[in-house]
Design a protein around this ligand. Structure first.
Ligand code: ZN
Length: 363
């Protein structure tokens, strides 16, 4: 299922709205409409302007979150890091990027850019609101004043919240960058993740006593810290190996005109879940178990591989580092990549292959 919708491109980065964002939009607008000033429009007598301003404030709030993410992306791009997209979702924004800079000073600047943007927006809005209010009498009772004061204060809170020293918040990255100046990268991530987990633990206790929302955030922070720790360790370990070292070079392939019924038999016999689709020596696409999983039994004889295969094949070169293949798979949420050298298919690399290599390394 497609869970996000592309709305445009900024700085060459696709901007997407996640389905959870579209669900939360009216909730936010409603909260702003029923809250009293200075954090809501409850006192505004006209119902039309009350709801119009509540909705406008919500939309602008997400524009501010987008600007925060673009702050990170802008610096990242200046270091040559590829940003795949920025997605706005329930809890804010997420930039998915290929690789996080291993140079501590670069990671530091990149992580700090987002909160800096939030602080700047917050300060500018609050200061200009106060300035206008001191010249124009009655301004502080208007919807415009309330809107800018809500946006100003939320941006300041966002800036502070993101500086909390815990993954997946920006503060977690700042902390890792600080450690990474003093020790190797894996160890630095380990320490930063540990601080993040401790933080989540205390936030959780506070949540149990005071506010169930904190408990939920604590849960996300804990998961975020553990994930970062794990994926960094894996990436650094896999950097020492090339794709050639870890891939399978005996590639079983299928043809476009095979039926899904035959393909599922073939998968069962060959015990792999994904195959390149070949026509003679040229590669036409890739077909995986996910592509055929939802096809009903009676449709399996009439549907061909060419109807369900993915034509935009994501590939790596056999000389690439195994860690790069791992990042590409994680970023695109796929289980395998084809290995192509000079237009020729030379192998296939799956997550299972990478996990096997890691297990052998741990032995
Ligand atoms: Zn951020």
């Amino acid at each position: 299922m497609k869970t996000s919708l592309k709305i445009g491109t900024i700085l060459g980065i696709p901007i997407k709205l996640h389905i959870t964002f579209l669900l939360i939009l009216p909730v936010f607008a409603y909260v702003f409409a029923i809250n009293p000033a200075p954090l809501g429009f409850a006192e505004i007598s006209s119902a039309t302007s009350k709801y119009a301003f509540s909705l406008l404030t919500t939309v602008l709030l997400f524009v501010c979150i987008l600007l925060h993410e673009l702050g990170h992306s802008y610096i990242a791009k200046s270091y040559g890091i590829e940003i795949k997209d920025i997605t706005l979702l329930l809890f804010g924004g997420v930039s998915s990027m290929g690789e996080i800079p291993r140079e501590p000073s670069q990671e530091f600047k990149m992580a700090f850019a987002g909160p800096l943007v939030s602080f700047l927006i917050g300060l500018v809005l609050i200061a200009s609101n106060l300035l206008v209010a001191s010249y124009v009498s009655g301004y502080s009772a208007t919807s415009t004043y309330i809107m800018f004061s809500i946006l100003g204060s939320i941006n300041i809170v966002l800036g502070i919240f993101n500086l909390l020293p815990a993954f997946p918040m920006d503060g977690g990255r700042l902390l890792r960058a600080w450690y990474a100046k003093r020790m190797n990268y894996v160890k630095a991530t380990h320490y930063a993740a540990y601080v993040g987990k401790m933080f989540a633990f205390f936030m959780g206790i506070l949540g149990l006593l005071a506010n169930p929302w904190l408990l939920l955030i604590a849960f996300f922070v804990y998961i975020g810290a553990s994930e970062e720790d794990k994926s960094t360790t894996v990436t650094v370990l896999l950097e020492k190996y090339s794709v050639k070292d870890t891939m399978s070079d005996k590639v079983a392939s299928v043809t476009e005109d095979m039926t899904i019924e035959d393909l599922s038999k073939f998968m069962f016999e060959n015990k792999h879940l994904g195959y390149p689709v070949m026509k003679g020596n040229s590669l036409k696409g890739i077909v995986t178990f996910t592509d055929i999983r939802n096809i009903l039994p009676h449709e399996r004889f009439g549907t061909l591989v060419s109807d369900v295969m993915t034509k935009d094949v994501i590939s790596v070169s056999s000389k690439d580092a195994a860690s790069e293949a791992f990042n590409i798979m994680a970023l695109n949420n796929i289980g395998r990549v084809l290995v192509i050298d000079d237009g020729k298919l030379v192998g296939i690399l799956s997550r299972t292959d990478l996990m096997r290599t890691l297990m052998l390394l741990n032995e």
